[in-house]
Design a protein around this ligand. Structure first.
Ligand code: ASP
Length: 291
């Protein structure tokens, strides 16, 4: 599967002595290029029938970070996030400006239709139909939009890695949420919400209902619990995902790796596609709970 291919590609780079940053980028790009995931090719549609992509990356050693939001023509949003981190004085670029920068840096640009897939288009049609029905009932578009349920199993892509030098990196790339409007930006490109890494604690990448992940600074909160409360990543991840988010309806999950190479991938939905590999722990791939 693509998930295994992404994981193994990242792992091989790490085993060959490459950086966690290189491994995270390589893994995410495989998932971006696959139509199966909501990132790059296969990204979900906005209400207006386009694709607006978000991505971010953070290096846990330098605490340098790069993020892009609302880009429509950049083939690999995670590659652009890395360019922002490495070759700009800024941390986050959005929309047209980000695309100008992408062009200047020589990244591959594509027509917005490159990201099209029939499956995601059907999801948009379904979402719009649901919205119209709910709006009739509730007489309020915002309230109707609130009731839309998204399929988090088919979400965002992310990767976290620890390399031989002890550097942690986290990265996340997404098309956001189906039928999003008005230039909506989710948690994925927000450092501290969808992505966070610091060598002292851990690296985190999140997927889920972005509006909750932003307000609860999910990725940073997991790392803070590890750093200040001495929690393990599985305790910290469980507390935030199941303790904090679940009761308030914040659906989603995170993947976490700490500076010792421990890994944890908690989620509060029915499933989250996930895979891991390390030189100390069993190789793993799963979708539903208890797998
Ligand atoms: N977190 C993403 C967002 O809110 C969506 C997802 O993970 O499926 O944009």
């Amino acid at each position: 599967t693509k998930l295994k291919q992404a994981r193994d590609t990242g792992y091989q780079l790490l085993a060959a002595g490459e950086s966690s940053q290189a491994a995270v980028i390589a893994a995410i790009q495989i998932l971006e290029d696959s139509p199966l995931f909501n990132a790059g090719k296969g990204a979900v549609y906005t209400f207006d029938g386009e694709h607006e992509l978000d991505a971010s990356i953070m290096n846990g050693k330098t605490l340098n970070a790069g993020a892009v939001s609302g880009v429509k023509t950049v083939k690999s949003p995670i590659a652009l996030a890395e360019e922002v981190m490495e070759n700009s004085v800024h941390v986050m670029l959005s929309g047209e400006g980000a695309e100008v920068f992408a062009k200047q840096q020589g990244l591959a640009l594509v027509d917005n239709h490159y990201f099209d897939t029939d499956a995601r288009y059907q999801s948009l049609l379904k979402a719009k139909q649901q919205l119209a029905e709910k709006e009739k009932q509730l007489k309020d578009f915002q309230a109707a939009h609130q009731t839309l349920n998204n399929e988090y199993k088919y979400g965002t892509v992310g990767a976290v890695a620890l390399d031989k030098s002890g550097t942690l990196t986290a990265g996340t790339s997404t098309g956001g949420m189906t039928a999003k409007r008005f230039g909506r930006v989710g948690d994925a490109p927000i450092i501290g919400a969808g992505t966070f890494a610091e060598n002292e604690s851990c690296a985190v990448s999140a997927t889920g209902h972005g509006e909750y992940f932003i307000r609860y600074t999910v990725a940073a909160d997991v790392c803070a619990r590890v750093k200040y409360q001495g929690k393990t990543i599985s305790q910290a991840g469980d507390e935030v995902i199941n303790g904090v988010l679940k009761p308030i309806g914040g659906t989603g999950g995170v993947i976490i790796v700490d500076r010792e190479g421990n890994m944890s991938m908690p989620f509060n939905t029915s499933g989250m596609y996930r895979a891991s590999k390390s030189n100390t722990q069993a190789t793993y791939v799963g979708i539903f709970k208890g797998e």
